[in-house]
Design a binder for this molecule. Structure first.
Ligand code: NDP
Length: 450
């Protein structure tokens, strides 16, 4: 059995239930094969065995009182995966589907993503199995305070700096940061995605979506094409999706879909950004509200999707931006996109495409931006927030946006050049994984066995 096969098989044996982590590790490790063959030092130093084992995993009780006066108990997580190149950095997810396997897959991906940004940040992820839907503002506050009451022991501005993810936006970061300050009396920017009044960075809210579009434009320009004037399909209706729609419209493309966990909107005239923000950011409502605001759009509830399909991907488009959640684009969806002439898939969500879907897309040789490269704009701008906090400065929106654009362009060049170096021009999955891995692995060797 080869080195890679051995490590994958050990992961499956030692943590059989963590299927999402198996999927992420299988993708990364498989694409490292050509590098591992060329450079025996990684096997000799047992880098893969060390890399797949988090440096530290913390699980903890989150007990809080709901509006009826009942005690609720949830499980909190922080997986500090790898700090070779810098302090741990990665978001917090609040969703009922969260398991150890979810947080581990996200933390593992984060190692390579953070390395690719060229910034000094290690990989981590956290969150809780908790459903924010239907909770009052006070309940969210009490939950976030209880969550931080344990998490504060494990984080710090040069140790671990969490951010938002699914279910964690500006409101939740504010409540968590408030509790951190009460517990430590310290205003040291230990979370990113903070409000502008208390240390947040301009353009952080927009960064993942904007960066995703900058990355897709880099891929298109490299192929002598552009997104301007093109129909685009976007899934999700949260932070990443909203600012993907925003930037696509700014560059003259036409996004026509968005979706949430209950259904999707197909708006052939083009998504109305103001109606989308009103629905999701102001009212926190379902997309049926968007339909009330824009009656010429079409709403399809999830109950009407054919089994095993995500209907967003059946809308003919030039470029697709999965920006909701993991495994939301499977092989059947990919085949439909390709049949309809799609030329670009750029991943806004983490691991939105199944392994089979990625295989099909890569074989078709259309542009494919893997999440760890294409959605790295969020974490990059989080690091810019850390830099502003450390120097007690606030940069302008334009300055942050310009830096973001430069970082996305650098990530594209790094992944693209690395793919060419290994004779796989255009395969950014391989390019991103090898480029991200090399920096972390070489650093681990320099730091001695740990
Ligand atoms: P939000 O919570 O703001 O939005 C998530 C969106 O996806 C919502 O519209 C939600 O619908 C939908 N969604 C979530 N779970 C499911 C599901 N199981 N099925 C269908 N739809 C679902 O999260 P973000 O926009 O921040 O994150 C989206 C993705 O982007 C995640 O994969 C995240 O890890 C990734 N990402 C986020 C970054 C950031 O800066 N925020 C940075 C890099 C990656 P509903 O409201 O109905 O639940």
């Amino acid at each position: 059995m080869s080195y890679v096969d051995n490590v994958i098989s050990e992961i499956k044996k030692s943590s059989p239930a963590q299927v999402e982590f198996h999927q992420a590790a299988t993708e990364v490790l498989n694409s490292l094969r050509p590098l591992l063959q060329k450079e025996p030092k990684y096997e000799k130093n047992k880098i893969l065995e060390r890399l797949v084992e988090p440096e530290r995993q913390i699980t903890f009780r989150v007990a809080w009182i709901d509006d009826k006066g009942e005690i609720q108990v949830n499980r909190g997580y922080r997986v500090q995966f790898n700090s070779a190149i810098g302090p741990y950095k990665g978001g917090l997810r609040l969703h009922p589907s969260v398991t150890t396997g979810t947080i581990k897959f996200l933390g593992f991906e984060q190692i390579f993503k953070n390395s690719l940004t060229g910034l000094a940040i290690g990989g981590a992820k956290g969150g809780a199995k908790f459903d924010p839907k239907g909770k009052s503002d006070n309940e969210i506050m009490r939950f976030c305070q209880a969550f931080m009451t344990e998490l504060f022991r494990h984080v710090g501005p040069t140790v671990d700096v969490p951010a938002g993810d699914i279910g964690v936006g500006g409101r939740e970061i504010g409540y968590m940061y408030g509790q951190y300050k009460r517990l430590t009396t310290s205003h040291d920017g230990v979370l990113t995605g903070k409000g502008i009044n208390y240390g947040g960075s301009l353009a952080r809210t927009e960064a993942t979506g904007y960066g995703l579009v900058y990355f897709a434009e880099e891929m298109m320009n490299d192929r002598g094409n552009s997104l301007a004037g093109k129909i685009c399909a976007v899934s999700g209706a949260g932070n990443v999706a909203i600012y993907t729609v925003d930037k696509l419209q700014q560059i003259g493309a036409k996004p026509v879909t968005v979706s949430d966990s209950r259904g999707m909107i197909h708006h052939a005239a083009g998504i109305d950004l103001a109606a989308l923000r009103q629905t999701k950011e102001v009212e926190r409502a379902s997309l049926t509200r968007y339909l009330e605001l824009c009656p010429d759009a079409k709403y399809i509830p999830v109950s009407e999707y054919p089994k095993g399909r995500n209907m967003v991907w059946s809308v003919p488009c030039f470029a697709a931006f999965p920006a909701a959640t993991q495994n939301e684009l499977n092989a059947a969806d990919a085949a439909e996109l390709l049949k309809n002439g799609c030329q670009c898939v750029s991943e806004g969500a983490n691991m939105p495409s199944t392994l089979e879907a990625v295989d099909l897309i890569l074989k078709a040789k259309i542009a494919f931006g893997p999440a760890k490269a294409a959605n790295a704009g969020g974490v990059s701008t989080s690091q810019l927030e850390m830099a502003q906090n450390a120097s007690m400065q606030q940069w302008s929106f334009e300055e942050v946006d310009q830096k973001l654009r430069g970082i996305m362009s650098g990530i594209f060049r790094n992944a693209n050049e690395t793919a060419k170096e290994f004779g796989e021009a255009g395969n950014l999955v391989l390019g991103a994984n090898i480029a991200g891995f090399r920096k972390v692995a070489d650093t681990m060797i320099s730091l001695g066995v740990y």
